[in-house]
Structures are given as C-alpha cells and as structure tokens.
Design a protein around this ligand. Structure first.
Ligand SMILES: Cc1cc2nc3c(=O)[nH]c(=O)nc-3n(C[C@H](O)[C@H](O)[C@H](O)COP(=O)(O)OP(=O)(O)OC[C@H]3O[C@@H](n4cnc5c(N)ncnc54)[C@H](O)[C@@H]3O)c2cc1C
Length: 462
C-alpha cells in the first residue's frame, strides 16, 4: 500500500482519538495553520490533524496506527526550524511533542540531565542554573530539546562548546512501527558497537521520534567578558576571525555581522552600533585566562585595522547586544517588508572563511539582491539572508543560493552547518555526500520501510 496522500478519513481520525484520547487530537483550523509552517520561507502545508502527545505511549499508539494505515507522521517541537524540517508537506499527522516537557531527572554529581523532548532549552537552563550547570547549544530561538537534537543544532556558543551531538548520551526513540529503543549509556565514553545514538542525532524526525533524552552538561564559568570590534572592510573582519581561531584562543562566541545586519538591528532594536563589519566576541572561563584571551583578541583585531574595539562591556550592555544578535533574523525581515528570504547555512574550514564570505558578498552584488551576511564565524559557519520579492528576484535568489552552496562544497565545506537539510538543501545532498547519500537512503528505508516519518525531508519524495 502506498503512502496516503489524501486527507485522513473520519474513521481514521476516530481511531486516533480512541487510541490517545479525544482531547489530544485537534482539527482546529487555526491550530492547523500554526503548524503549517516553520520560521523559514518554504511555504505553508497544514497537516490533516495534530496529535498533542503527552506520553511515550501516545507516541507509540500514533506510530503503530499510522504505520499500519500508511499515514505520514511529522514530529513537531516548537516549529522554529528554517528549512521546513517540521512541516507536513504531505499532510497526515503533526505529532506535537511540546506537552512532553518534564525535566525527568537532574544528576548534578554526573553533570547530566534527562528530559522529555518538549522541554524548551531556555527553561532547562533556568532550572540547571540552580546547580551551577548549563546545556550550551543555543539556537537563538525558543526551541525544544527534541527539535534541537533532531536538527543537530549548534548556535552561538558552538565555537567553544560544540554542537548538540557532543551532548547526547542516551535516547529513547519510538520507531516508525511503534517499537521503543533505548540507545546509549550514561558513561561519558563508550566504544560499544555501532553508535546508533548519533545516527538519530540530526535525523530530522525521519528515522524515529525521541521520547526521552539524556544530555551531558557543563559548569557555568565564573567569568564572562564580551566585546565588539568594528572594521572598515569585511575582509579585515573575516581575517581577524581566522587569526583568533588559529591563535588557539577559545572564544565562547565569535559572531560576524556585515553592515547590512548592523543597520537592520540598529533600526529594529533602537541601537547605535557603528554600521560597519562587526565582530561580537565573548570569552568565558576563569579570571586570568579570560583577561589574557581578551587582550590577545584585541591585539589581533587591531592588527587587522579594527577602528573601534569595545571590551569589558557591562552585563546589561552585553545582554542587550546578544538580544540584538538573536533578533537579527527578524530585524532583517522587518527591513524587507513583503519579501521572503532564502537563508543559506554553509560552513567551511576556517582558513577558507574569508574567501567564502567575500564570494557570497560578490554574488549578492552581481545579482542585484540585498540581504544580511552574519553568522557563527569562529566555526566557519554563516548565513546569507537572500531577500526576494517578485518571481524574477526569486529565480535570482535561488541562483545565488546555489552558487554559494557549490562554492562551499568546492572549498571542502558543507551545505548546512546547523539548520539541517529539510527541503531546502535536498538538491545538494548527492553532490555533498556522493554514494554516501544512497547509503543514508538505505538506512532510512530500513528504519521506516513505508516512508511515513517526515516524508519529503532529507530525501526527495518517493
Ligand atoms: C531567529 C532564529 C534563529 C535561529 N538560530 C539558530 C542558530 O543559531 N543555530 C541553529 O542551529 N539553529 C537556529 N535556528 C533554527 C532552529 O531554532 C533550530 O533548528 C531548532 O533546533 C529547532 O527546534 P524546534 O524545537 O523548533 O524544532 P522543530 O522546528 O519543531 O523541529 C525540528 C526538526 O526536529 C523534528 N523533531 C522535533 N521534535 C522531535 C522529536 N521529539 N523526535 C524526533 N524528531 C523531532 C521535526 O520533525 C523537525 O524535523 C534559528 C531559528 C530562528 C527562527
């Protein structure tokens, strides 16, 4: 039987209600539309219904039934993805995990926590702060741990602390046919067989649904010092990034914003930052170590012609700057009313970062398109928001996007450093992975033979 591409029948809906309880199944029009799109620009596709799972058993019931009936099931955390990762392209059930939001157990003595997938990372960190601990990956949006793990998200602090995959110790996963797997252990290292935990990290809801996640934690460092550095030219700022990383400094954040981004966030947040290529830096650690890193970073920036270096920002100013950085996406959207954007997410080896950024800037200029360039420079990962209005601009935006991704691959990089493949990066997967992509597809078929889990993501529709 092929995957159902028609609306769920009334009897299928009734069967779902009987399995999980009628109050957890919604066909409310406005809720369907809220679940029809993420924060990216890939359009809207409402599911046929939403099931608000409240327990592992609800997830098992939904998957068993949908596997039998060949109904698509698309897990949903908070819907903050940018590549349509949680969007039900073929209708079916949107499996909303946000009500499974219990912190199951904090084990401060082991620096570990076990959570349900719907916990929002900001809320988790609030609870962990009582123990002097935190979970570093911060995608800059109010995302759930389930969505963060499924996208292998990274964010601002990844340059020091790494992306999500470095933090996942154990996963409880419900497979497409309803079987529950418990993967991994609480040991800090293991060489015990194939690493299935990390097969599921970054699988974007296409291999199984997480119902419990055990994470490693980190102690909150005593000292935090933030700085901004403004440069006359973009290539000077990107060169400073390379030198900071190559000097072995370990910033907790090293973010690049081009003048367009700075202008947009000034307008959006009422700030008065110099509208020049700017780096945001943050150092965390013990007092003397932080002071030395800040001093060396300043030296490197000044050596690259930095015209203004503001260090030792007060806590309030630092928070205001980071808040502005977190709102950069919405600031640029506000500066381009009525337009949509393709957001690139390439990452390249750090030595290639200046060349990659310059190439992207030239492509925008060559095609006469506007948009911000910003990103997690310390990891060689950055975003270009390619804004477009009419059809002609849309076609150009796709050309620019393609040119940027192909250039990143040529430089030994990747199409997506943190946002995942979703639908937006499918076109580049074969190019990036070669025969490896075929093997990924075999793995998908092994775990989900009927293709019910998040169809049309990572792989083209069958
Ligand atoms: C303003 C803004 C800034 C952002 N900045 C960053 C950034 O700096 N770094 C970064 O990495 N990302 C960033 N993002 C993207 C986004 O926040 C992350 O990808 C985040 O991890 C998505 O989490 P979510 O809870 O919203 O998941 P969703 O968007 O709801 O889902 C994400 C994927 O996970 C799957 N999924 C959800 N829950 C489960 C589960 N329990 N089991 C299995 N699969 C599941 C979904 O099917 C989907 O494929 C940003 C987004 C916005 C809007």
């Amino acid at each position: 039987m092929a995957l159902t591409m028609r609306a769920l029948t009334e009897s299928q809906l009734q069967a779902l209600r009987e399995r999980v309880g009628p109050q957890k199944v919604s066909r409310n029009e406005s809720e369907l539309w809220v679940h029809a799109r993420d924060e990216g620009g890939h359009g809207e596709h409402p599911p046929d219904c939403i099931v608000y799972a409240e327990s592992r058993d609800d997830v098992v019931q939904v998957l068993k039934f949908c596997h039998h009936e060949r109904i698509p099931v698309v897990p949903w955390g908070a819907g903050t993805s940018l590549e349509a990762n949680p969007v039900a392209l073929y209708g079916g059930v949107c499996l909303d995990l946000s009500r499974m939001n219990r912190v199951v157990e904090i084990r401060p003595e082991d620096f570990q926590v076990t959570v349900e997938p719907g916990v929002v990372h900001y809320d988790l960190n609030k609870q962990l702060s009582r123990y002097g601990l935190f979970f570093p990956p911060d995608p800059g949006a109010p995302a759930t741990i389930g969505g963060i793990v499924a996208n292998n998200a990274a964010g601002i602090q990844a340059v020091k602390y790494g992306s999500v995959k470095h933090y996942v110790l154990q996963l409880e996963v419900v497979l497409a046919h309803g079987e529950v797997l418990r993967l991994g252990s609480r040991a800090m290292r293991s060489s015990s067989g194939y690493d299935l935990v990390h097969l599921f990290v970054g699988s974007e809801g296409t291999l199984g649904v997480f119902t419990e996640i055990t994470l490693k934690l980190v102690g909150i460092p005593p000292e935090v010092s933030a700085a901004t550095a403004s440069f006359p030219r973009l290539e000077k700022a990107t060169q400073a990034v390379v030198e900071i990383v190559q000097a072995g400094l370990s910033p907790a954040a090293l973010e690049l914003m081009d003048p367009v981004t700075v202008r947009d966030i000034n307008a959006f947040k009422g700030l008065e930052l110099p509208e020049m290529p700017t780096l945001f830096l943050e150092f965390r650690g013990n007092g003397p170590e932080v002071a030395e890193d800040v001093r060396l970073a300043q030296e490197i920036c000044e050596g690259n012609g930095c015209v203004s270096y503001q260090s030792v920002l007060g806590r309030e100013e630092r928070d205001r700057l980071w808040e502005a950085r977190h709102h950069a996406y919405y600031a640029s959207a506000a500066a381009n009313p009525g337009k949509r954007a393709i957001v690139t997410d390439v990452a390249v080896p750090i030595s290639k970062f200046p060349e990659m950024v310059e190439f992207s800037r030239q492509k925008l200029e060559e095609f006469g398109l506007g948009g911000p360039i910003l990103g997690h420079a310390g990891d060689g990962n950055f975003h270009v928001g390619i804004f477009y209005g009419d059809e002609e601009e849309r076609a150009k935006a796709h050309q620019v996007n393609e040119a940027i991704v192909l250039k990143a691959l040529e430089l030994g990089g990747t199409a997506t450093g943190e946002h995942g493949v979703g639908v937006g990066k499918i076109a580049f997967m074969e190019r990036e992975h070669g025969a490896g992509y075929r093997w990924m597809h075999q793995i998908k078929k092994l775990f989900d033979p009927h293709g019910i889990l998040n169809p049309g993501k990572i792989f083209p529709p069958e």
